[in-house]
Ligand binder design. Structure first.
Ligand SMILES: NC(=O)c1ccc[n+]([C@@H]2O[C@H](COP(=O)([O-])OP(=O)(O)OC[C@H]3O[C@@H](n4cnc5c(N)ncnc54)[C@H](OP(=O)(O)O)[C@@H]3O)[C@@H](O)[C@H]2O)c1
Length: 373
């Protein structure tokens, strides 16, 4: 695979730092451009960023200069692949401009997740949805496009749901989350609010989780999406855990399934094995099932599959629905940057990083022009 230059928009943030960690030594991608807010632009990256990860900031990245948050479509220095991790309001304004400048925007933000022609993708679940980029106005005119990955809880949840949907069908789902503080970005929830406490409200989170599962498990004709009609009810809670979202799930299936059949569906879930390329960030198993009664736990199971697997345990009968289980997923790896990197690897493998020449700068391209809403 040809090594391609990439940029990170929002590089100084919680997810942006994970992007740097995952991409600094990536075999297919090479970081050549970093941008953040006007507060950071023009500074050495090390001076603009308060690095919070356990691995050291690579010196080459530390010395890079943070660029302004605008695409310069005439410049050969702007990479054609932009990983985006900025707040939704900022993404709504900026991402269409990068797409109009001819870039593939691989986004973490919720701004365009539910747009009518923007794929919302977890590679193991709905890789076929990526075809919808060909309908985007910017793709047709300038070669650029936007692809999104779901909310952090939706990513962890949809991985074990997908094989159950395929084999038995999902009629109803109840999920209650316990979400880590890193999910709120940096500096996030004040320590005096979260230490020794549980906060039973995360703005817009329940709505996102409910609607995104419908799009992820739905189908596409390559131009538009048909949502799954599974009913999803979510409770979302912030808990004093640093990394790792835990979710308690009760599920009603359309066709009855035994415990053994459900476990077999999870253990045989290998949807990427048919690809001609092995995606470098794909875990050996996307769903890891444990029999232990007191797992999964963030302290013990967070890094399964290099932080890219959903760990599932406690599968038992449910007196309201059919079955219930508990899952754990790493919110800033699989739940954010890791999923976006896997999406980009899939786009590369599918030949979706073939572009037209850079178009003229079109800084006024508005978000409503991007989507066929
Ligand atoms: N944290 C998670 O677990 C998680 C999971 C899934 C999705 N997400 C989504 O990912 C996005 C980023 O989240 P985060 O947790 O990384 O947030 P964060 O830690 O607050 O980082 C925000 C980043 O955006 C930059 N920024 C702010 N204003 C900007 C502007 N006008 N133009 C360009 N860049 C600007 C900041 O740069 P400065 O340093 O210069 O201010 C910083 O790099 C959000 O949409 C969030 O919902 C987060």
């Amino acid at each position: 695979m040809e090594r391609r230059n990439v940029g990170i928009l929002g590089a100084t943030g919680t997810v942006g730092q994970r992007f740097i960690q995952l991409l600094a030594e990536h075999p297919w991608f090479n970081i050549t451009w970093l941008a953040a807010s006007d507060r950071s632009a023009g500074k050495r990256f090390e001076d603009a960023c308060s690095w919070k990860l356990e691995t050291p900031l690579p010196q080459r990245i530390a010395d890079m200069i943070v660029q302004p948050n605008v695409p310069d479509g005439s410049s050969t220095e702007l990479p054609r692949i932009i990983f985006s991790s900025v707040d939704s309001d900022i993404a709504r304004e900026l991402e269409p401009k990068f797409a109009a400048a001819g870039c593939a925007v691989v986004s973490n933000s919720s701004a365009f997740r539910m747009a009518a022609d923007v794929p919302l993708v977890v590679p193991e679940v709905n890789a076929g949805h990526l075809e919808a980029i060909e309908s985007q106005a910017t793709r047709q005119s300038f070669g650029g496009y936007v692809v999104t990955n779901p909310n952090c809880c939706a990513i962890g949840l949809v991985l074990p749901l997908k094989p159950l949907e395929d084999r038995f069908g999902i009629e109803k789902l109840f999920v209650s989350t316990m979400q880590a503080v890193s999910g709120a970005g940096y500096p996030g929830v004040p320590s005096l609010d979260i230490l020794g406490n549980v906060i039973p409200f995360i703005k817009n989170e329940e709505e996102k989780l409910q609607e995104e599962i419908g799009k992820l498990l739905g189908s596409t004709d390559g131009r538009s999406f048909r949502y799954s009609d599974a009913t999803v009810s979510a409770h979302c809670n912030r808990v004093p855990v640093l990394e790792g979202h835990t979710e308690c799930v009760s599920i009603k299936l359309r066709t009855p399934a035994t415990r053994e059949e459900i476990i077999a569906a999870w253990q045989s879930f290998q949807p990427l094995s048919g690809l001609s390329f092995k995606l470098p960030s794909a875990p050996a198993r996307s769903v890891e099932f444990l029999e232990a009664v007191d797992r999964p736990q963030p302290k013990l199971d967070l890094m399964r599959g290099n932080g890219m697997a959903t760990t599932v345990s406690r599968l038992r009968p449910c007196s309201l629905f059919d079955w219930k289980f508990t899952l754990l997923s790493h919110n800033t790896l699989r739940g954010a940057a890791g999923c976006a990197v896997l999406n980009a690897e899939l786009l590369a493998a599918l030949g979706k990083f073939n572009f037209k020449r850079f178009p003229p700068v079109n800084a006024n391209f508005a978000s409503q022009d991007l989507v066929n809403a």
